[in-house]
Design a protein around this ligand. Structure first.
Ligand SMILES: C[S@@+](CC[C@H](N)C(=O)[O-])C[C@H]1O[C@@H](n2cnc3c(N)ncnc32)[C@H](O)[C@@H]1O
Length: 313
């Protein structure tokens, strides 16, 4: 495995005590060092590789209709933000019956380790890399013929840089299919939980990894503009409201707990209380369907973009 720069560790409850409570400056430095590191639960995430029917539709119907049903043995694929690899193997790889190689990267070491263990495939090479940091992906410059990214690029701090890096990775004529989360009930829930006086001391300065579209009220035309500025041809761009029903309460809870960036900063003895309040807030923003089943009501940007044929690399 190629490991570039990023490691993460779970913050122990002892370290997770805010310095105001302890007066311990060494602890304070350790706290600040770890506070901005993203920590997601890969084991919990991998139980349900992206459980959304709308994502499956995109791979099974939309992309084949847009010409992604024809490919050859020279295809070089890439999954940006692959998580533990379940979506890569189950939904993305079937699009490429013929393929030279498929690279799949994620910023988190635990995601990649799990992908290598649980979702091994002879054609997939998993590595740790940061889509925002060109130095960690530059060895693939101009090589990728088909790039996919599912629910990942909105996690980047500098999302324009992420799109720019996608452009640099693609070979001339190469295409990228991206599902980008513009709005999700998760976003206001994280903001609410971070700002609650009761929890705030544990979450100061933590990056919530929320989409620019949510904070700045960008719509699809904003993204189209920046993609055009970068040099992409836009083949398909659709802003879609999704209403994805979870098959069980457990699936819903496992999924959102696994991607809750605040969770690992909660002391162990307060985890249960935090989860209860977190899901009360989720229910408030998310709602349920007529059968009381949990749903994900998100606004998703579906994109198919191409690096023009006439570029030099
Ligand atoms: C919601 S998960 C989606 C995972 C996978 N694409 C799927 O469909 O199941 C988002 C993933 O993006 C990864 N991620 C976040 N920021 C990243 C970055 N800067 N570079 C690479 N991966 C990143 C996270 O670690 C996480 O595994």
């Amino acid at each position: 495995m190629r490991d570039c720069r990023f490691t993460q560790k779970r913050i122990s409850p002892e370290e997770n005590i805010h310095p105001e409570e302890t007066g311990n400056w060494l602890q304070y430095l350790k706290y600040n060092y770890s506070v901005n590191k993203m920590n997601l639960n890969s084991d919990l995430y991998s139980i349900n590789p992206i459980p959304f029917p709308s994502v499956k539709r995109f791979f099974k119907e939309t992309l084949p209709q847009l010409g992604w049903n024809k490919n050859d043995e020279n295809e070089v694929g890439f999954d940006a933000g692959c998580g533990p690899g379940g979506t890569t193997v189950e939904w993305i790889l079937p699009l490429f019956p013929k393929l030279k190689i498929f690279y799949a990267v994620d910023i988190l070491t635990n995601m990649i380790e799990l992908a290598q263990k649980e979702n091994f495939h002879p054609k997939i090479e998993y590595s740790v890399a940061n889509m925002e940091d060109w130095s960690t992906i530059k060895h693939w410059k101009g090589q990728i013929t088909k790039l996919v990214s599912v629910y990942s690029l909105q996690w980047l701090k500098d999302q324009r840089q992420g799109f720019q890096n996608v452009y640099q990775l693609l070979k001339a004529g190469g295409e990228a299919a991206i599902l980008y989360v513009m709005e999700s009930p998760l976003f206001p829930t994280l903001v609410e939980m971070q700002n609650k006086p009761k929890w705030n001391k544990f979450f100061e300065g933590i990056d919530l990894h929320i989409s620019d579209a949510y904070h700045k009220k960008f719509n699809a035309s904003y993204y189209k503009e920046i993609l055009k500025e970068i040099g992409f041809d836009i083949l398909y761009c659709k802003e879609e409201m999704t209403d994805d029903v979870f098959i069980s309460e457990k699936q819903y809870k496992d999924f959102f707990t696994s991607i809750c960036v605040l969770k690992s900063h909660v002391p162990e003895n307060k985890e249960e209380e935090f989860e209860k309040e977190f899901f009360e807030a989720m229910d408030k923003y998310n709602g349920r369907n007529a059968n009381e089943s949990p749903v994900h009501r998100g606004k998703i940007l579906e994109l198919l973009i191409r690096k023009p044929d006439n570029t030099r690399i």
